[in-house]
Design a protein around this ligand. Structure first.
Ligand SMILES: Nc1ncnc2c1ncn2[C@@H]1O[C@H](COP(=O)(O)OP(=O)(O)OP(=O)(O)O)[C@@H](O)[C@H]1O
Ligand SMILES: [Mg+2]
Length: 293
């Protein structure tokens, strides 16, 4: 356990939600992935989403990022200083421009690109230079090139990958790949960062490093973080609050300490044959299928 165990002490003020999910229901044929889910995340908060396999965690992320359109309910995103916008029905690229970025449960790095290039792709998705500008190397293009290089370097340094900048993404140790995915998501300049099992498949030291990155994304960059994670040690240390899904329903929401002792939560985990307790590690999930992401 690192020094982040007291994250709840630093909990952001309530009453200024960055995201408001209300009565969201998502169905696939006979399967109800999300059933009347309502929750709010405060601006500046690290909110963890936990729950057994198939509980609807990734489905919630997909609704929040425009990948899925729920049949019922509303999702409002409230960028700082701007009016609330509905996420439902918007394309993922548009949602990203609004200020929501994500990483995926299964890695989606460009394996044939270097670490630096992976981040730069994220940074440049935000720039305005069209193909003509790039060909003519207009002054604005040159300025943007420099800025995007600097920003990519900053982000690599932020996640501790400066020394690995020129290595192919596919050649990086697994924990570094997961950090690189976070850097690439941050490159789009989000106010809200969604992390889908960032520590799945990593070892203890890598988990500690990821925990530190998540903490600094939140405290130093001021980015709100929505975190799907099976590792309860990481959840307890990193999250201000925890939302618990089971069979598509929100069954508990509160501080890590309170949720951990919640009867319905304990039942949700103990009631499954494949989990004796809230799962540790989640290494097996890393190899799981990419569900609709
Ligand atoms: N595109 C899809 N088509 C059909 N069913 C889907 C689709 N996406 C998700 N589901 C179903 O919705 C339910 C919730 O899946 P989801 O991936 O959200 O769970 P999860 O909580 O992320 O699980 P895990 O911990 O295994 O990643 C599952 O029954 C899943 O099979
Ligand atoms: Mg999932």
């Amino acid at each position: 356990m690192t020094g982040l165990a007291d994250a709840s002490v630093l909990a952001p003020p309530v009453g200024d939600p960055i995201v408001a999910v209300a009565h969201v229901t998502l169905r696939f044929g006979g399967v109800t992935s999300l059933a009347d889910v309502s929750l709010q995340q405060e601006r500046g908060e690290v909110l963890a989403v936990i729950g057994p396999n198939g509980a609807g965690k990734t489905s919630l992320f997909n609704c929040l990022t425009g990948v899925y359109t729920p049949q019922e309910g509303t999702i409002e995103f409230r960028p700082e200083g701007k009016s609330a916008v509905s996420v439902v029905g918007r394309r993922p690229s548009r949602v990203n421009r609004l200020g929501i970025a994500r990483t995926f449960q299964a890695s989606r790095l460009f394996n044939a690109l270097t670490a630096f290039e992976n981040v730069r792709v994220g940074v440049e998705s935000r720039l305005h230079t069209g193909p003509a500008g790039a060909m003519l190397l207009l002054p604005r293009t040159r300025r943007e090139n420099r800025r995007s290089r600097d920003r990519s370097e900053e982000l690599l340094a932020f996640v501790g990958l400066t020394d690995r900048a020129d290595e192919l993404a596919s050649a990086l140790p697994y924990g570094d790949q997961r950090k690189l995915e976070i850097a690439r998501a941050l490159a789009t300049g989000p106010e809200l960062l969604l992390l889908d099992e960032p520590a799945a498949g990593t070892n203890l030291a890598e988990k500690d490093a990821l925990q530190d990155v998540i903490h600094r994304v939140n405290t130093e960059m001021g980015v709100s973080v929505l975190l799907i994670e099976h590792d309860m040690r990481l959840v307890m240390a990193a999250a201000h609050r925890v939302a618990v899904l089971n069979f598509g329903r929100l069954i508990a929401m509160g501080t890590p300490a309170v949720v951990q002792h919640d009867e319905a939560v304990i039942e949700a985990y103990l009631g499954r044959t494949d989990a004796g307790t809230a799962p540790e590690g989640g290494a097996d999930e890393a190899a799981g299928p990419e569900e609709g992401t």
